[in-house]
Design a protein around this ligand. Structure first.
Ligand SMILES: Cc1ncc(COP(=O)(O)O)c(C=O)c1O
Length: 439
């Protein structure tokens, strides 16, 4: 089959034209790429040139060699929605993963008492009082470490850690399906994501072990409220994951903790916090609000020093006004009530949506947080049909590497009457999906 949109005479150009085609959906997930020999003939280039382009695509994580079946597109970083901001007014939005603004702390009270004096160049990067208070705020959630630095959020911290500790071409184990933004960032940095399967208790120990045995340099673990599934570790699962990690002491374990203050289970870290190969990113976006986004980064002293040194060259520091607001919220006695209320509301909304999905024949087990993952036979089509019915959801290709695709429903802002209406719309799609499965 000739793909006229694949072009170029160098490995770089061929790689770029194919990467673009994967991103915009012309080469969708599951497509078998042309044989190297055939493409080389079509483009009038040496086979090694095409081979090199394929290697680069594999390093990006966009394709995987599948033995005799050839090279297969694993996942396209596309959804049917051009951008979340393009969701028209009036659409019901289960797509954007936002928390409910009504469940966030009131800003006015905090902001009026935030900072006495504007910071200047050359001062400390991290607010000393925040560095002092953050460990006890998170200790209640199970993170026990005194070594702290402040980053601009999970994604900022993740980018810094990857850039510091990994090299393009390295591999990182990630949950599959996983957090789409993290997957995209990982690929953009030239790191290859390696899939780790999960169930409702999070990453599965056997799958983690296979991934570690295959020789990854790092793993990214979301112990609680995994995105997009909501999977959350039990104490026993966390114990088993720790046990597997101990057998691979050289692998960097990065924990993504964006929800534990809203969770009932407190999990100890996946490695000893003094271990040079452990770091945890604790973002406050989901419970203080994305606009107060910062992440408290816990890790071993030397690793944090290197991260801080690198931060000084770029962003320099996270605004002290912001750090001061987050500190006030951590210390404010009212925050406890706010967090409890949010946790209860999200749990109720999740339970209502699970019951609705179950009534449509799609039971979902377990889970915490504001995201649910529903495996449907044709996610793209279901997404489109729901869109025409006034519901925006995320189609799953951007979340997956090898896993069967699905749709992600974010229920952060859903109401009880929304749930009933959504179930009605979804029931129609579910039937269509089943028909196409058996056709
Ligand atoms: C899994 C996961 N981690 C972290 C975050 C928060 O990221 P950030 O701190 O960059 O806002 C989110 C937000 O959606 C998330 O889903």
């Amino acid at each position: 089959m000739s793909h006229s949109f694949i072009n170029g005479s160098t490995a770089r150009d061929i790689h770029q034209s194919m990467r673009q085609a994967i991103r915009d959906g012309r080469l969708p997930a599951g497509t078998v790429l042309p044989a190297i020999r055939d493409l080389a003939t079509q483009l009038h280039v040496n086979r090694n040139t095409v081979g090199e382009a394929y290697k680069r695509l594999a390093a990006d994580g966009y394709v995987r060699p599948k033995g005799r079946r050839g090279t297969i597109v694993t996942s396209a970083a596309t959804t049917m929605l051009p951008s979340l901001s393009a969701i028209p007014a009036g659409m019901r939005n289960l797509a954007d993963g936002n928390p409910d603004p009504h469940l966030l702390p009131h800003l006015r009270k905090i902001l009026t008492s935030v900072t006495e004096r504007a910071g200047l160049y050359g001062e400390y990067a991290d607010l000393p009082a925040l560095v002092q208070s953050a460990p006890s705020f998170f200790r209640r959630q199970g993170i026990s470490s005194e070594q702290v630095m402040i980053a601009g959020g999970t994604m900022d911290g993740l980018e810094r850690i990857i850039t510091l500790c990994l090299r393009p071409g390295d591999r990182i184990g990630v949950e599959d399906p996983g957090f789409a933004s993290a997957l995209e960032l990982i690929r953009a940095l030239g790191i290859q994501p390696v899939p780790i399967q999960l169930d409702s208790c999070g990453m599965m120990p056997d799958s983690l072990e296979r991934c570690l045995r295959a020789g990854v340099e790092a793993v990214l673990i979301t112990p609680i409220a995994q995105n997009p599934t909501g999977a959350s570790m039990t104490l026993e699962r966390a114990q088993r994951i720790r046990y597997v990690l101990r057998k691979y002491p050289d692998v960097l374990a990065i924990e993504d903790d964006h929800f534990s203050p809203l969770a009932t289970t407190a999990l100890a870290p996946m490695r000893d916090p003094r271990d040079p190969n452990w770091v945890a990113l604790c973002s406050v976006s989901k419970y203080f609000g994305p606009d107060l986004r910062l992440a408290v980064v816990f890790g071993e002293q030397n690793l944090l020093k290197r991260l801080e040194a690198r931060q000084r060259l770029g962003a320099r520091w996270v605004s002290h006004v912001l750090q001061s607001a987050v500190l006030k919220l951590m210390l404010d006695p009212a925050t406890k009530t706010t967090l409890k209320r949010a946790a209860r509301s999200y749990a109720e909304r999740r339970t209502a949506m699970k019951a609705a999905l179950e009534s449509c024949g799609y039971p979902i087990s377990g889970g915490v947080g504001i995201n649910l993952w529903v495996q449907v036979p044709d996610p793209q089509r279901v997404t489109q049909i729901l869109w025409t019915e006034g519901w925006a959801v995320r189609s799953g290709a951007a979340f997956t590497i090898d896993a069967r695709s699905g749709i992600r429903l974010s229920i952060g802002r859903i109401t009880t009457s929304d749930v009933a209406e959504f179930a009605e719309a979804f029931r129609g799609c579910a039937t269509i999906g089943q028909r196409s499965l058996t056709a």
